[in-house]
Design a protein around this ligand. Sequence first.
Ligand code: SF4
Length: 69
Amino acid sequence: MKIIHSVEKCIGCGLCASICPDFWEMEDNDNKAHLKGQKSETEEEKEIIEESCAKEAAESCPVQAIEIL
Ligand code: SF4
């Protein structure tokens, strides 16, 4: 499965990075969350083996910027 993270939709609330810091981090330059190590301005993807906290992060995002497929 994979995480699809829309940087364009993100409003930088910080919830995903707080709930699931293994996969997300906040970026000071644009005040948005990014999948760790990624710097896209539009959309980011990461293959994952287990949902772990990613599902909770996706459900908690107030602007539905995160999908788990
Ligand atoms: S929870 Fe959603 S809006 Fe908040 S930082 Fe994460 S992706 Fe952005």
